[in-house]
Design a protein. Structure first.
Ligand SMILES: Cc1ncc(COP(=O)(O)O)c(C=O)c1O
Length: 427
Protein backbone atom coordinates (compact mmCIF):
# COMPACT_ATOMS: atom_id res chain seq x y z
CA UNK A 1 0.00 0.00 0.00
CA UNK A 2 1.26 3.47 -0.80
CA UNK A 3 -0.01 6.96 -1.49
CA UNK A 4 1.24 7.40 -5.06
CA UNK A 5 -1.69 7.15 -7.44
CA UNK A 6 -3.05 8.46 -10.71
CA UNK A 7 -6.05 10.78 -10.37
CA UNK A 8 -7.65 12.55 -13.30
CA UNK A 9 -4.93 11.18 -15.54
CA UNK A 10 -1.91 12.38 -13.58
CA UNK A 11 0.31 11.14 -10.80
CA UNK A 12 -0.24 12.39 -7.27
CA UNK A 13 1.73 11.87 -4.13
CA UNK A 14 -1.01 11.97 -1.48
CA UNK A 15 -2.93 15.11 -2.60
CA UNK A 16 -0.08 16.86 -4.41
CA UNK A 17 0.42 16.49 -8.19
CA UNK A 18 3.90 15.22 -9.05
CA UNK A 19 4.04 17.73 -11.92
CA UNK A 20 3.57 20.60 -9.47
CA UNK A 21 6.52 19.45 -7.36
CA UNK A 22 8.73 19.02 -10.44
CA UNK A 23 7.78 22.47 -11.72
CA UNK A 24 8.44 24.18 -8.41
CA UNK A 25 11.49 22.23 -7.18
CA UNK A 26 13.02 21.07 -10.45
CA UNK A 27 14.29 17.59 -11.34
CA UNK A 28 15.70 15.14 -10.46
CA UNK A 29 13.87 15.13 -7.12
CA UNK A 30 13.04 12.44 -4.61
CA UNK A 31 9.48 12.69 -3.33
CA UNK A 32 8.45 10.92 -0.11
CA UNK A 33 4.98 10.33 1.25
CA UNK A 34 4.66 10.81 5.01
CA UNK A 35 1.46 8.73 5.18
CA UNK A 36 3.13 5.80 3.40
CA UNK A 37 6.22 5.96 5.59
CA UNK A 38 4.27 5.94 8.84
CA UNK A 39 1.84 3.32 7.57
CA UNK A 40 4.70 0.91 6.97
CA UNK A 41 6.39 1.66 10.27
CA UNK A 42 3.15 0.98 12.15
CA UNK A 43 2.50 -2.12 10.06
CA UNK A 44 5.82 -3.63 11.18
CA UNK A 45 5.37 -2.53 14.80
CA UNK A 46 1.79 -3.88 14.95
CA UNK A 47 2.70 -7.17 13.23
CA UNK A 48 5.35 -7.92 15.86
CA UNK A 49 3.49 -6.33 18.80
CA UNK A 50 2.55 -9.76 20.21
CA UNK A 51 6.23 -10.21 21.12
CA UNK A 52 6.65 -6.51 22.00
CA UNK A 53 9.42 -6.19 19.41
CA UNK A 54 11.68 -3.14 19.40
CA UNK A 55 11.81 -1.66 15.89
CA UNK A 56 15.11 -0.06 14.93
CA UNK A 57 14.83 1.62 11.52
CA UNK A 58 17.86 0.83 9.41
CA UNK A 59 19.00 4.37 8.74
CA UNK A 60 21.25 3.34 5.86
CA UNK A 61 18.17 2.87 3.66
CA UNK A 62 17.20 6.56 3.76
CA UNK A 63 18.78 8.84 6.29
CA UNK A 64 17.15 12.20 5.65
CA UNK A 65 16.75 13.89 9.04
CA UNK A 66 13.11 14.77 8.41
CA UNK A 67 12.25 11.17 7.55
CA UNK A 68 14.15 9.90 10.58
CA UNK A 69 12.55 12.50 12.84
CA UNK A 70 9.06 11.32 11.86
CA UNK A 71 10.05 7.77 12.77
CA UNK A 72 11.70 8.81 16.04
CA UNK A 73 8.55 10.72 16.98
CA UNK A 74 6.53 7.59 16.24
CA UNK A 75 8.65 5.71 18.79
CA UNK A 76 11.06 3.99 16.43
CA UNK A 77 14.68 3.27 17.30
CA UNK A 78 17.62 3.15 14.87
CA UNK A 79 20.05 0.61 13.46
CA UNK A 80 23.29 2.39 12.54
CA UNK A 81 26.45 1.15 10.86
CA UNK A 82 28.85 4.08 11.04
CA UNK A 83 29.76 7.08 13.13
CA UNK A 84 27.98 9.23 10.56
CA UNK A 85 24.80 7.23 10.89
CA UNK A 86 24.97 7.46 14.68
CA UNK A 87 25.40 11.24 14.39
CA UNK A 88 22.40 11.37 12.06
CA UNK A 89 20.19 9.20 14.27
CA UNK A 90 20.91 11.41 17.29
CA UNK A 91 20.43 14.60 15.30
CA UNK A 92 17.02 13.27 14.21
CA UNK A 93 15.99 12.82 17.83
CA UNK A 94 16.81 9.12 18.16
CA UNK A 95 17.10 8.01 21.79
CA UNK A 96 20.54 6.51 22.54
CA UNK A 97 18.97 3.59 24.39
CA UNK A 98 17.05 2.70 21.21
CA UNK A 99 20.13 2.69 18.97
CA UNK A 100 22.00 -0.44 17.96
CA UNK A 101 25.27 -0.35 16.09
CA UNK A 102 26.23 -3.02 13.50
CA UNK A 103 29.01 -3.34 10.92
CA UNK A 104 32.12 -5.46 10.42
CA UNK A 105 34.61 -2.60 10.60
CA UNK A 106 33.88 -0.23 13.45
CA UNK A 107 36.86 2.02 14.11
CA UNK A 108 38.19 2.74 17.61
CA UNK A 109 36.84 6.28 17.39
CA UNK A 110 33.40 5.07 16.31
CA UNK A 111 33.30 2.57 19.18
CA UNK A 112 34.36 5.23 21.69
CA UNK A 113 31.77 7.70 20.38
CA UNK A 114 29.03 5.08 20.61
CA UNK A 115 30.04 4.23 24.19
CA UNK A 116 30.11 7.90 25.11
CA UNK A 117 26.62 8.31 23.64
CA UNK A 118 25.31 5.36 25.64
CA UNK A 119 23.80 3.33 22.78
CA UNK A 120 21.71 0.27 23.63
CA UNK A 121 24.10 -2.29 22.15
CA UNK A 122 26.73 -3.16 19.58
CA UNK A 123 26.00 -5.91 17.09
CA UNK A 124 29.43 -7.50 17.06
CA UNK A 125 30.75 -9.36 14.04
CA UNK A 126 34.03 -11.04 15.05
CA UNK A 127 36.24 -12.17 17.91
CA UNK A 128 38.69 -9.37 17.12
CA UNK A 129 35.93 -6.82 17.46
CA UNK A 130 34.81 -8.29 20.79
CA UNK A 131 38.35 -7.84 22.12
CA UNK A 132 38.55 -4.32 20.79
CA UNK A 133 35.24 -3.15 22.24
CA UNK A 134 36.17 -4.68 25.61
CA UNK A 135 39.53 -2.89 25.49
CA UNK A 136 38.10 0.51 24.55
CA UNK A 137 35.28 0.27 27.10
CA UNK A 138 37.89 -0.57 29.76
CA UNK A 139 39.99 2.46 28.84
CA UNK A 140 36.91 4.65 29.11
CA UNK A 141 35.75 3.14 32.39
CA UNK A 142 32.52 2.00 30.72
CA UNK A 143 30.73 -1.30 30.47
CA UNK A 144 29.64 -2.04 26.90
CA UNK A 145 26.71 -4.23 25.93
CA UNK A 146 26.69 -6.33 22.79
CA UNK A 147 25.05 -9.03 20.72
CA UNK A 148 26.98 -11.48 18.61
CA UNK A 149 25.92 -11.37 14.99
CA UNK A 150 25.72 -14.96 13.91
CA UNK A 151 25.96 -16.08 10.33
CA UNK A 152 23.28 -18.79 10.12
CA UNK A 153 24.36 -20.02 6.66
CA UNK A 154 20.89 -19.52 5.20
CA UNK A 155 20.33 -18.54 1.59
CA UNK A 156 17.99 -15.53 1.49
CA UNK A 157 17.56 -16.05 -2.29
CA UNK A 158 18.36 -12.50 -3.19
CA UNK A 159 21.08 -10.65 -5.12
CA UNK A 160 24.60 -11.90 -4.43
CA UNK A 161 25.73 -8.42 -3.40
CA UNK A 162 23.06 -8.17 -0.69
CA UNK A 163 23.27 -11.75 0.55
CA UNK A 164 24.72 -11.56 4.05
CA UNK A 165 23.66 -14.69 5.92
CA UNK A 166 25.67 -17.28 3.97
CA UNK A 167 28.91 -18.75 5.21
CA UNK A 168 31.10 -17.26 2.49
CA UNK A 169 30.11 -13.65 3.28
CA UNK A 170 32.08 -11.36 5.56
CA UNK A 171 29.24 -10.95 8.05
CA UNK A 172 28.89 -12.30 11.56
CA UNK A 173 30.37 -15.31 13.30
CA UNK A 174 29.68 -18.74 11.75
CA UNK A 175 26.86 -20.35 13.67
CA UNK A 176 28.99 -23.49 14.19
CA UNK A 177 31.57 -21.36 16.00
CA UNK A 178 29.13 -19.21 17.94
CA UNK A 179 28.92 -21.40 21.04
CA UNK A 180 32.69 -21.44 21.36
CA UNK A 181 32.80 -17.66 21.01
CA UNK A 182 30.22 -17.20 23.77
CA UNK A 183 32.26 -19.55 25.99
CA UNK A 184 35.56 -17.85 25.19
CA UNK A 185 34.25 -14.37 26.01
CA UNK A 186 31.80 -15.16 28.81
CA UNK A 187 33.63 -13.27 31.54
CA UNK A 188 34.83 -10.08 29.95
CA UNK A 189 35.33 -7.21 32.35
CA UNK A 190 34.09 -4.39 30.18
CA UNK A 191 31.72 -5.98 27.67
CA UNK A 192 28.57 -7.90 28.51
CA UNK A 193 27.54 -10.13 25.62
CA UNK A 194 23.85 -10.67 26.09
CA UNK A 195 22.19 -10.86 22.67
CA UNK A 196 22.13 -12.60 19.33
CA UNK A 197 21.87 -10.78 16.02
CA UNK A 198 20.93 -11.98 12.53
CA UNK A 199 20.59 -10.24 9.20
CA UNK A 200 20.36 -12.68 6.32
CA UNK A 201 20.10 -10.32 3.36
CA UNK A 202 17.90 -7.88 1.54
CA UNK A 203 15.40 -7.85 -0.07
CA UNK A 204 14.07 -11.22 1.08
CA UNK A 205 10.89 -12.26 -0.72
CA UNK A 206 10.37 -15.63 0.91
CA UNK A 207 9.39 -16.58 4.44
CA UNK A 208 11.35 -19.81 4.69
CA UNK A 209 14.85 -18.26 4.93
CA UNK A 210 13.67 -16.25 7.96
CA UNK A 211 12.07 -19.32 9.50
CA UNK A 212 15.27 -21.31 8.96
CA UNK A 213 17.47 -18.57 10.40
CA UNK A 214 15.25 -17.94 13.42
CA UNK A 215 14.92 -21.69 14.09
CA UNK A 216 18.71 -22.00 14.11
CA UNK A 217 19.07 -18.91 16.32
CA UNK A 218 16.49 -19.99 18.90
CA UNK A 219 18.07 -23.44 19.07
CA UNK A 220 21.45 -21.84 19.67
CA UNK A 221 19.98 -19.63 22.41
CA UNK A 222 18.45 -22.70 24.08
CA UNK A 223 21.86 -24.36 24.07
CA UNK A 224 23.61 -21.24 25.34
CA UNK A 225 21.04 -20.90 28.11
CA UNK A 226 21.59 -24.54 29.07
CA UNK A 227 25.28 -23.71 29.41
CA UNK A 228 24.53 -20.82 31.73
CA UNK A 229 24.65 -17.86 29.34
CA UNK A 230 21.95 -15.26 29.86
CA UNK A 231 20.60 -14.20 26.46
CA UNK A 232 18.41 -11.14 26.81
CA UNK A 233 17.43 -10.38 23.23
CA UNK A 234 17.34 -11.72 19.69
CA UNK A 235 17.62 -9.21 16.85
CA UNK A 236 16.24 -10.55 13.56
CA UNK A 237 17.75 -7.80 11.38
CA UNK A 238 15.90 -6.40 8.37
CA UNK A 239 15.38 -7.46 4.78
CA UNK A 240 11.60 -7.57 4.28
CA UNK A 241 11.00 -7.00 0.57
CA UNK A 242 8.75 -4.49 -1.17
CA UNK A 243 6.92 -4.45 -4.51
CA UNK A 244 9.27 -3.40 -7.28
CA UNK A 245 7.80 -5.37 -10.19
CA UNK A 246 4.27 -6.41 -9.33
CA UNK A 247 1.68 -5.26 -6.79
CA UNK A 248 1.80 -8.69 -5.11
CA UNK A 249 5.52 -9.39 -5.47
CA UNK A 250 6.38 -8.94 -1.79
CA UNK A 251 4.59 -10.39 1.18
CA UNK A 252 3.10 -7.98 3.68
CA UNK A 253 5.09 -8.03 6.89
CA UNK A 254 2.05 -9.54 8.59
CA UNK A 255 2.73 -12.76 6.67
CA UNK A 256 6.32 -12.87 7.89
CA UNK A 257 5.07 -12.23 11.41
CA UNK A 258 2.50 -15.03 11.11
CA UNK A 259 5.30 -17.50 10.38
CA UNK A 260 7.78 -16.12 12.90
CA UNK A 261 5.63 -15.34 15.92
CA UNK A 262 5.03 -19.00 16.82
CA UNK A 263 8.81 -19.41 16.97
CA UNK A 264 9.24 -16.35 19.19
CA UNK A 265 6.22 -16.17 21.49
CA UNK A 266 6.82 -16.97 25.13
CA UNK A 267 10.59 -16.81 24.85
CA UNK A 268 12.35 -15.36 27.88
CA UNK A 269 14.21 -12.82 25.73
CA UNK A 270 13.25 -9.65 23.87
CA UNK A 271 12.92 -9.35 20.09
CA UNK A 272 14.30 -6.58 17.88
CA UNK A 273 13.95 -5.90 14.15
CA UNK A 274 15.90 -3.63 11.81
CA UNK A 275 13.71 -2.93 8.78
CA UNK A 276 14.76 -0.23 6.33
CA UNK A 277 13.42 -0.99 2.88
CA UNK A 278 10.02 -2.14 4.12
CA UNK A 279 9.44 1.19 5.86
CA UNK A 280 10.73 3.62 3.26
CA UNK A 281 11.01 1.71 -0.06
CA UNK A 282 7.51 2.35 -1.34
CA UNK A 283 7.35 5.70 0.41
CA UNK A 284 9.59 7.40 -2.15
CA UNK A 285 9.76 8.01 -5.90
CA UNK A 286 12.30 9.77 -8.07
CA UNK A 287 11.02 12.40 -10.52
CA UNK A 288 13.02 13.09 -13.63
CA UNK A 289 12.42 14.85 -16.97
CA UNK A 290 13.14 13.59 -20.44
CA UNK A 291 16.03 15.53 -21.96
CA UNK A 292 16.46 13.84 -25.34
CA UNK A 293 15.56 10.81 -27.39
CA UNK A 294 17.93 9.00 -29.71
CA UNK A 295 18.44 5.72 -31.49
CA UNK A 296 21.56 3.55 -31.63
CA UNK A 297 21.51 0.38 -33.73
CA UNK A 298 18.15 -1.19 -33.06
CA UNK A 299 17.86 0.53 -29.71
CA UNK A 300 15.83 3.52 -28.70
CA UNK A 301 17.10 5.59 -25.82
CA UNK A 302 15.19 7.98 -23.62
CA UNK A 303 17.76 10.21 -21.95
CA UNK A 304 16.57 11.70 -18.68
CA UNK A 305 18.05 14.14 -16.18
CA UNK A 306 18.43 11.48 -13.44
CA UNK A 307 21.36 9.10 -13.64
CA UNK A 308 23.19 6.28 -11.90
CA UNK A 309 24.59 8.79 -9.43
CA UNK A 310 21.02 9.49 -8.32
CA UNK A 311 19.81 5.87 -8.28
CA UNK A 312 22.49 3.23 -8.61
CA UNK A 313 20.35 0.16 -7.86
CA UNK A 314 19.59 -0.82 -11.47
CA UNK A 315 23.24 -0.96 -12.49
CA UNK A 316 24.61 -2.21 -9.14
CA UNK A 317 22.04 -4.88 -8.38
CA UNK A 318 20.24 -5.35 -11.73
CA UNK A 319 17.23 -3.96 -9.90
CA UNK A 320 13.92 -3.28 -11.54
CA UNK A 321 12.11 -0.01 -10.84
CA UNK A 322 8.73 0.60 -12.44
CA UNK A 323 8.94 3.79 -14.50
CA UNK A 324 5.98 5.62 -16.01
CA UNK A 325 5.10 9.14 -17.17
CA UNK A 326 3.55 11.34 -14.51
CA UNK A 327 1.02 12.53 -17.09
CA UNK A 328 0.56 9.63 -19.51
CA UNK A 329 -1.37 9.96 -22.73
CA UNK A 330 -5.04 9.00 -22.64
CA UNK A 331 -5.42 5.23 -22.37
CA UNK A 332 -2.06 4.83 -20.66
CA UNK A 333 -2.99 5.64 -17.11
CA UNK A 334 -1.74 2.54 -15.27
CA UNK A 335 -4.34 0.61 -13.28
CA UNK A 336 -1.47 -0.87 -11.30
CA UNK A 337 2.31 -0.73 -11.34
CA UNK A 338 3.21 -3.95 -13.00
CA UNK A 339 6.24 -4.94 -15.10
CA UNK A 340 3.84 -6.69 -17.51
CA UNK A 341 2.13 -3.43 -18.35
CA UNK A 342 2.38 -2.51 -22.04
CA UNK A 343 1.43 0.96 -23.26
CA UNK A 344 -1.17 1.32 -25.98
CA UNK A 345 1.01 3.63 -28.10
CA UNK A 346 4.18 2.27 -26.61
CA UNK A 347 7.77 1.62 -27.55
CA UNK A 348 10.59 -0.37 -26.00
CA UNK A 349 13.39 1.84 -24.75
CA UNK A 350 16.41 2.03 -22.51
CA UNK A 351 15.94 4.79 -19.96
CA UNK A 352 19.41 6.25 -19.46
CA UNK A 353 21.09 9.17 -17.73
CA UNK A 354 23.71 11.70 -18.82
CA UNK A 355 26.70 9.97 -17.16
CA UNK A 356 29.65 8.76 -19.23
CA UNK A 357 29.20 5.05 -18.54
CA UNK A 358 27.22 2.45 -20.42
CA UNK A 359 26.16 1.24 -16.97
CA UNK A 360 24.25 4.48 -16.54
CA UNK A 361 20.70 3.28 -16.98
CA UNK A 362 17.55 3.16 -14.91
CA UNK A 363 15.75 0.66 -17.17
CA UNK A 364 16.67 -1.60 -20.08
CA UNK A 365 14.40 -2.81 -22.87
CA UNK A 366 11.43 -1.29 -21.12
CA UNK A 367 7.99 -0.95 -22.74
CA UNK A 368 6.89 2.62 -22.06
CA UNK A 369 4.35 5.02 -23.50
CA UNK A 370 5.97 7.27 -26.08
CA UNK A 371 7.65 10.20 -24.35
CA UNK A 372 8.91 13.55 -25.53
CA UNK A 373 11.47 16.07 -24.36
CA UNK A 374 10.18 17.72 -21.17
CA UNK A 375 7.91 14.85 -20.14
CA UNK A 376 8.06 13.99 -16.46
CA UNK A 377 8.83 10.38 -15.53
CA UNK A 378 8.36 8.79 -12.12
CA UNK A 379 10.73 6.07 -10.97
CA UNK A 380 8.79 4.17 -8.32
CA UNK A 381 9.83 2.36 -5.14
CA UNK A 382 12.94 4.50 -4.92
CA UNK A 383 12.69 5.51 -1.27
CA UNK A 384 15.16 2.92 0.04
CA UNK A 385 18.79 2.86 -1.08
CA UNK A 386 17.93 5.61 -3.57
CA UNK A 387 19.12 8.98 -2.34
CA UNK A 388 21.09 7.18 0.37
CA UNK A 389 23.40 5.62 -2.23
CA UNK A 390 23.58 8.67 -4.46
CA UNK A 391 26.88 10.38 -5.24
CA UNK A 392 28.40 13.33 -7.04
CA UNK A 393 29.87 11.19 -9.81
CA UNK A 394 30.45 13.23 -12.97
CA UNK A 395 30.22 16.24 -10.63
CA UNK A 396 26.48 16.09 -10.62
CA UNK A 397 24.95 17.94 -7.66
CA UNK A 398 22.73 15.53 -5.76
CA UNK A 399 18.96 15.66 -6.14
CA UNK A 400 16.53 17.57 -3.97
CA UNK A 401 14.29 15.70 -1.53
CA UNK A 402 10.69 16.61 -0.80
CA UNK A 403 8.27 15.33 1.83
CA UNK A 404 4.55 15.35 1.08
CA UNK A 405 1.99 15.52 3.86
CA UNK A 406 -1.58 15.56 2.57
CA UNK A 407 -2.10 18.64 0.41
CA UNK A 408 1.28 20.14 1.28
CA UNK A 409 4.86 19.41 0.59
CA UNK A 410 8.13 20.80 1.82
CA UNK A 411 11.72 20.67 0.74
CA UNK A 412 13.61 18.41 3.17
CA UNK A 413 16.94 18.62 1.33
CA UNK A 414 17.78 21.35 -1.09
CA UNK A 415 19.31 20.52 -4.42
CA UNK A 416 23.10 20.67 -4.15
CA UNK A 417 24.90 23.51 -5.87
CA UNK A 418 28.20 23.62 -7.76
CA UNK A 419 29.68 25.33 -4.69
CA UNK A 420 28.64 22.29 -2.61
CA UNK A 421 30.68 20.13 -5.00
CA UNK A 422 33.93 21.86 -4.03
CA UNK A 423 33.10 22.98 -0.48
CA UNK A 424 35.15 20.29 1.29
CA UNK A 425 38.15 21.08 -0.93
CA UNK A 426 38.33 24.67 0.31
CA UNK A 427 41.31 23.85 2.57
C1 LIG B 1 22.64 -5.31 9.63
C2 LIG B 1 21.54 -4.81 8.78
N1 LIG B 1 20.34 -4.62 9.35
C3 LIG B 1 19.29 -4.14 8.63
C4 LIG B 1 19.42 -3.86 7.29
C5 LIG B 1 18.23 -3.31 6.55
O1 LIG B 1 17.79 -4.11 5.52
P1 LIG B 1 16.46 -3.73 4.78
O2 LIG B 1 16.56 -2.32 4.35
O3 LIG B 1 16.34 -4.66 3.65
O4 LIG B 1 15.34 -3.93 5.75
C6 LIG B 1 20.64 -4.06 6.66
C7 LIG B 1 20.79 -3.78 5.23
O5 LIG B 1 21.74 -4.02 4.58
C8 LIG B 1 21.74 -4.53 7.43
O6 LIG B 1 22.93 -4.71 6.89
Amino acid sequence: MDHFSYKNGELYCESVPAERIAREVGTPTYVYSKATLLHHYHQVADAFAPVKATICYSIKSCGNLHICRLLAEAGCGFDVTSGGELFRALRAGGKPDQIIYAGVGKTDQEIADALETGIAAFNIESEAEIENIDRIAGQMGKRAVGAIRINPDVDPKTHVKTTTGKKETKFGVDIDRAERVFEQFRNLKNLRIAGLHLHIGSPVYEIQPYVDAVTKATKLIDELTRRGHRIEWLDLGGGFAVNYKHPDQALPVTEHAKALLPLLKGKPYRIALEPGRYIVGNAGILLSRVLYRKTGGNKRFVIIDAAMNDLIRPTLYDSYHFIWPAKPSAGNVPASRDSDLVATDGETVDVVGPICESGDYLAKDRPLPKTERGDLLAVFTAGAYGFAMSSNYNNRPRAAEVLVDGENYRLIRRRETYEDLVAAENV
